[in-house]
Design a protein around this ligand. Structure first.
Ligand SMILES: Cc1cc2nc3c(=O)[nH]c(=O)nc-3n(C[C@H](O)[C@H](O)[C@H](O)COP(=O)(O)OP(=O)(O)OC[C@H]3O[C@@H](n4cnc5c(N)ncnc54)[C@H](O)[C@@H]3O)c2cc1C
Length: 729
């Protein structure tokens, strides 16, 4: 199969991945493991180490992961992948709750890349390039990437896996003249090489980078005094082993009803912690239970509330959420008790260079009093710099110059669409440039650790493969079509079946091309997948497409499950904010199933991206836009009563009167109607003005569908049910 694919004469798409830390490496590995079409993948890394990045490049054994081994698999759908790898590679003693070194984790990521490279299909080309990307130029079909070595090449898809940029020194330290006393990049391999064992040191920052530097100093036999200062003086809290059932705390935040202010959210979490504590549960489980909904909660907060969270809650969130291994916490506690390590909460008010060092004045948070520390060296431990406006890097300057990125208003990273596509300075979503991990911080808040990045990497690879496959198969179809033109014309033989799901009262439609025995399903239901498969088997059909009218709120679609089993393509309306589809369908586009023609007609109103489908000009599948003697509600998912009125009266009612109307639901046993009938008897529209219709729809007072909070996120991913495990830490 490999050779025949290459012989088709269709040039393969090129995917360029800039950065080979965990993010870039996992996008590459997912592409290599899953592609079924010819592809060229170029992985560019400026350091010679592929697969390690900032976090896993350390050689210090006591730099431990801050997540236990059992939760550090690189693949969302293979939870034991890391543990199994450890056991096969000489670490038999490691259990799911062990905190292994980050050096070993780097070995693991490198091994994943090696294995994916070695077992890639013959029709895939993979190239590792040691160089720095310094410029980018995007045209309508291709993006050109310029490397510091002088080379350049074109790609159809580009992933910016740039990761963590080191922090700049905060004021007033930044303006001091003697650079020898300051270590700006705490992550560099030789950060503490020049420190003498009896120096007195100030660490600026009390988070995970401070912990890393402390551990490295310890290993170097450091015996001097360490001062560590941050605004709040809070330090990361230790992990605790929570075993059995209580380790998984039930979800307690409903996205639909969750408060939309930082203060109320904080109160909700505190209350839950109180309840949990009274029941003998550990607060850590409550914090972990927020993980699956953190990104959605963040996105639902208005900007002023996000800012409020950053000002007042962030410092507390960080130490409770990003915890450290108990063995590291023990060492920190011992050294702090012995007086060698001191923490301060406050602001660096001023600093002055003196003959033997620097005098730093700290205005203490609690008392407001000044404290002067005399130190030999200062190390910047303030963590990653995510303010893309301030970052000075040729690649970012190039992206900015061409308006290809829009910096996030919260000064955290850049704006992205749900699938990780970049949003440019004019608000346009790119179909060539993508990112993941830290650059998405402003959009997602929790996006920097393995549990989030592994999901993003898998989804992004799927997204790239889907659109590359579409182009590949479209090219093949063109070849087939040309061949077909020379053969005899073939009259349409459409077979039409209506199927029903009793629980949600949903109609699924099976459309068959009688000539080719190919089929498509419109709006399949997850619980009915077995039924649908049986019909397909009995009728000897190949399922080519699953087509959605919209993102349903009352049931989960069967599309993803059917795709997994049959290999069919999932097609969703464009602008549906959904990820993972094989193809997105536009208004007016005609999909072909053999000789059957399916025309997509944009039908906004019930949801803003709703489509209806006209089969061979005779059967109109109206989804939740138009029901028999009724219509879909318009009070959530960007529904709009005015838009629905226009859709039905200006578009659907303009079709011939004998067009058959097949709705997405019926609650009274009706199966089919016609446009003529609906124009006359549908009381929602007949004799009602637009204003009256809006008034009516805005006062329906219907309860939200029971399954809504589960169904909408799943349907935004073609019906893939969100796996709580993906987000556990
Ligand atoms: C010190 C530290 C410890 C951490 N520990 C944990 C942990 O225990 N568990 C956890 O889940 N998460 C941890 N994290 C979070 C960490 O961000 C992620 O786990 C993950 O490593 C991020 O990977 P990345 O590829 O996005 O970024 P990075 O690791 O920063 O990798 C980005 C890569 O891109 C390369 N690059 C950047 N620009 C260019 C360019 N223009 N051209 C070519 N190459 C370029 C860089 O050289 C780098 O190798 C830690 C983070 C840090 C900083």
């Amino acid at each position: 199969m490999g050779t025949s694919m290459l012989n088709l004469g269709i040039p393969p798409q090129t995917v360029a991945i800039i950065g080979s830390g965990f993010s870039g490496t996992l996008v590459a590995a997912n592409l290599l493991r899953n592609t079924t079409i010819p592809l060229k993948i170029k992985l560019i890394e400026r350091s010679s180490q592929f697969g390690r990045g900032v976090a896993y490049g350390t050689q210090i054994e006591s730099h431990l992961l801050n997540v236990p081994a059992g939760k550090m698999s690189a693949f969302p759908d293979e939870p034991s992948h890391f543990l199994n790898w450890l056991h096969k590679n000489g670490y038999e003693e490691v259990t799911a709750s062990t905190f292994v070194s980050r050096r070993i984790y780097g070995d693991y990521v490198q091994a994943i890349l090696k294995e994916a490279e070695e077992s890639k299909p013959a029709y895939v080309r993979f190239e590792k390039i040691v160089d720095e990307a310094i410029g980018i130029e995007s045209a309508s079909e291709n993006t050109t990437i310029y490397l510091s070595g002088g080379e350049c090449f074109s790609a159809q898809k580009v992933v910016l896996a740039l990761g963590n940029f080191s922090a700049s020194l905060p004021q007033p330290l930044a303006s001091l003249p003697n650079r020898d006393r300051y270590i700006t990049d705490a992550w560099s391999q030789d950060a503490i090489a020049q420190i003498k064992s009896d120096d007195s040191i100030l660490l600026v920052g009390t988070g995970l980078t401070m912990v890393d530097i402390f551990v490295a100093l310890q290993r170097q036999g450091f015996s001097g005094k360490i001062h560590a200062v941050s605004r709040h003086g809070l330090t990361p809290i230790r992990h605790e082993k929570i075993q059995g059932k209580s380790s998984i705390y039930p979800a307690f935040i409903n996205l639909e009803t969750a408060p939309k202010t930082a203060r109320k959210l904080l109160r909700l979490v505190r209350q839950e912690i109180q309840i949990a504590t009274e029941q003998g549960q550990n607060w850590r489980s409550v914090i972990d239970a927020i993980r699956p909904v953190t990104q959605s909660l963040w996105r639902s907060l208005p900007s002023p509330e996000k800012n409020r969270f950053l000002r007042h809650v962030k410092a507390y969130w960080e130490v409770h959420r990003h915890r450290i291994a108990p063995e590291i916490a023990d060492i920190l506690d011992t050294v702090a008790e012995a007086g060698q390590l001191n923490y301060y909460g406050g602001r660096i008010a001023s600093c002055q260079e003196v003959e033997n060092g620097v005098n730093v004045t700290i205005r203490q948070r609690k008392t407001g009093e000044n404290l002067v520390l005399s130190v030999d060296k200062i190390i910047n431990c303030t963590g990653a710099n995510t303010n893309f406006r301030r970052l000075q890097h040729p690649l970012l300057a190039s992206l900015q110059e061409q308006r290809l990125i829009r910096t996030n208003t919260l000064s955290m990273g850049i704006d992205t669409a749900t699938n990780g596509a970049l949003i440019d300075a004019d608000g346009k979503v790119s179909d060539q440039l993508y990112t993941l991990g830290t650059p998405r911080k402003g959009d997602l808040w929790e996006t920097t650790a393995v549990p989030e990045i592994r999901v993003q990497a898998a989804n992004l690879a799927k997204e790239i493969l889907t659109s590359s496959s579409n182009k590949f198969y479209a090219a093949i179809e063109e070849i087939w079509f040309k061949e077909k033109l020379t053969s005899e014309s073939n009259p349409s033989k459409m077979i039409f079946r209506q199927l029903f799901d009793r629980e949600s009262c949903t109609y699924t439609y099976l459309i068959i091309d009688g000539e080719t025995h190919t089929a498509l399903l419109v709006d399949p239901v997850l619980e009915q997948v077995e039924r649908d498969l049986q019909i397909l088997r009995e009728l000897g059909l190949t399922l080519r497409y699953c087509l959605e009218t919209h993102i349903h709120a009352d049931h989960i679609t069967g599309t993803d499950a059917l795709r997994e089993i049959t290999g069919c393509a999932a097609i969703l309306p464009e602008n549906s904010q959904a990820i993972g589809a094989n193809r997105y369908i536009r208004d007016g586009e005609i999909l072909k199933l053999g000789s059957v023609e399916i025309q997509a007609i944009a039908a906004p109103g019930h949801t803003n991206s709703h489509m209806v489908y006209l089969m061979n000009g005779s059967h109109l599948l109206t989804g939740d836009a138009l029901f028999i003697r009724g219509c879909g509600r318009t009070d959530f998912q960007n529904g709009d009563a005015g838009a629905l009125y226009d859709t039905v009266t200006q578009k659907l009612f303009k079709l011939p009167d004998d067009t058959l109307v097949y709705p997405g639901h019926d609650y009274q046993g009706r199966t089919v109607s016609t446009i003529g009938e609906e124009k006359q008897w549908n009381s929602r529209f007949s004799g009602r003005s637009r204003k009256e219709f809006i008034e009516l729809m805005n006062h329906l007072k219907l309860p939200y569908p029971k399954k809504m909070s589960e169904a909408v996120p799943a349907n935004q991913n073609c019906g893939k049910v969100v796996n709580v495990w993906d987000f556990q830490i």
